[in-house]
Design a protein around this ligand. Structure first.
Ligand code: AMP
Ligand code: MG
Length: 495
């Protein structure tokens, strides 16, 4: 008797990028991994994608997550993109070590890319080996989850699988493949590639695809491509404001690392700032501080200008009028950014609607935090206690306490204009000021242990960061910044 077993596919793919955008990818296959071993699976995200976590953990599932097997319905491609890297244009970057497997409609009907990173060299690899190491891939996993739990739009990791291969970096390191989930992998650099490619219809096809996917309301506008651009400008203004409000430094805001969707992407040299200082840079390759904490809004604006340049021919109004229209929208970035950032700062301080004097109060606070090298995360979290009559937690973070006291008098004055009671205000502040961020020494400790085969610290860190606003007993070691013995922190692209 023949028994037929209906095997449910791992994912239900529907691959619109491959259907719509020939010319922007090369079909490709992952390099075989000799001995795959699943290190982490994001069960919550698997469920969101309508996938069965047990099936993903099974050998056939792991084979798909490491690239040894092609999932039913996937059509793996290496995506083409260009990019301005540290201000200089590279016409051909693309997925040198990554593959788009395809798109899945999640349980809420949202289209999500499934993408492998570290899956072997592609036609875009140039001199790279196409591989990735366990440490940097787990770093992308944990920082992405931290951002997600902080409520910041981000790509996320579904899994990290060790390949069983050693790869050559400064030392020999264990290799890994990350499965990344994103609203899409369309980047500013994707538009730059299309515009640079000599086929005038390609940018239009790309923009049409991006509109359907991310800014469907734009089709109703009088000029849908201008409305699309405005959508991206607004999404990035909001995103970068959210980064700034938690002290996140992306580290490599090249145009190929900026999404059209408004999600954070590419957690290479990123890190969270400890003591408040706009000039903070962690990346070992950012010698001139182009991507320093305080420069991020300006850089986003600069990157959006590069996007605008690719879209001008689509506005269909003649060059001069197109430039004028694009400039108007581009210049709205600053006001949008300040709007989002100001709302966020007032929320962090427990203030309600904008009121006279709040801008100065915020500026003076930041100057004070900088002058006295106060930890950004600790300060804001401690501040809610001051409302409940306990000034010490915030005050003790300052060397010159009188300067804080003088500021706090002005702050209280503004607070008193509200109808909300102190308990309500303090609770609202604790809802936006995290206790737990990925402290640099904790991240490094977890990645070093994982590289040596112990995933315990990594899992514990993930658990802590899953609820950043919920202070829990016993987790004190995750609160404080790195001790001085940790030394100045340097991050690497991990390529
Ligand atoms: P990233 O710095 O990760 O944003 O990467 C910039 C560019 O370098 C992209 O085109 C990547 O695909 C490529 N790249 C980075 N690392 C490697 C590698 N190990 N092998 C091949 N290409 C790489
Ligand atoms: Mg990148």
């Amino acid at each position: 008797m023949l028994v037929s077993v209906a095997v449910r596919p791992l994912f239900e793919f529907d691959n619109s990028f491959v259907r719509d955008l020939r010319g922007l990818y090369e079909p490709w296959r992952a390099a075989p991994a000799p001995a795959p071993r699943l290190l982490v699976l994001n069960e919550e995200l698997a469920t969101e994608l309508g996938a069965d976590a047990d099936a993903l953990r099974a050998p056939d599932g792991v084979a798909v997550l490491v690239g040894n097997a092609t999932a039913y319905g996937a059509s793996p491609v290496a995506q083409a993109y260009a990019g301005h890297q540290f201000g200089r244009f590279s016409p051909r970057l693309g997925d040198g070590r990554a593959l788009l497997l395809g798109e899945v409609l999640d349980v809420l009907g949202r289209r999500r890319d499934l993408h492998l990173k570290g899956s072997g060299p592609t036609p875009f690899a140039r001199t790279g080996d196409g591989k990735a190491a366990v440490g940097p891939m787990l770093r992308e996993y944990v920082i992405g989850e931290a951002m997600h739990s902080l409520g910041i739009r981000t790509t996320r990791a579904l899994a990290v699988v060790a390949t069983g291969e050693q790869i050559a970096r400064d030392a020999m390191l264990p290799g890994a493949v990350l499965t990344r989930v994103a609203a899409s992998h369309l980047r500013v650099g994707t538009f730059e590639y299309a515009a640079d490619h000599g086929d005038p219809t390609l940018v239009r096809r790309l923009a049409d695809h991006a509109i359907v996917r991310h800014y469907p309301h734009a089709v109703e506008a009088e000029n849908q491509y201008l409305a699309f651009f405005e959508g991206v400008v607004d999404a990035q203004a909001s995103l970068v404001a959210r980064w700034m409000l938690v002290g996140f430094i992306h580290g490599v805001m090249n145009t190929d690392n900026m999404t059209i969707s408004g999600e954070t992407i590419d957690f290479g040299p990123c890190a969270f700032m400890d003591a408040f200082d706009s000039a903070t840079v962690f990346s070992s390759i950012d010698h001139r501080g182009r991507y320093a904490y305080g420069n991020q809004p300006q850089i986003a604006h600069w990157n959006l200008a590069r996007l605008a340049e690719t879209l001008l021919p689509l506005f269909d109004v003649g060059t001069e009028a197109a430039i004028a229209a694009a400039t108007d929208v581009l210049e709205s970035f600053t006001a949008r950014y300040h709007g989002y950032w100001g709302d966020g700062m007032r929320a962090k301080l427990g203030l309600g609607d904008a009121q006279r004097g709040d801008g100065e109060l915020i500026d003076d606070l930041l100057a004070l935090l900088h002058a006295q090298k106060v930890d950004f995360t600790l300060f804001f979290r401690a501040l809610s206690s001051s409302i409940l009559g306990e000034a010490a937690p915030a005050r003790s973070l300052f060397v010159e306490r009188s300067a804080f006291d003088a500021w706090a008098v002005r702050w209280r004055e503004l607070l008193s204009c509200q109808t909300r009671g102190p308990q309500t205000i303090a609770a609202a502040m604790d809802h936006v000021n995290p206790v737990y961020t990925p402290r640099n020494h904790r991240v490094e400790e977890a990645l070093a242990a994982a590289t040596d085969g112990d995933l315990g610290p990594f899992r514990r860190l993930l658990g802590v960061l899953a609820e950043p606003f919920n202070e829990r007993l016993g987790l004190e070691p995750y609160v404080a910044p790195a001790p001085p013995s940790f030394g100045p922190y340097r991050t690497f692209c991990g390529t």
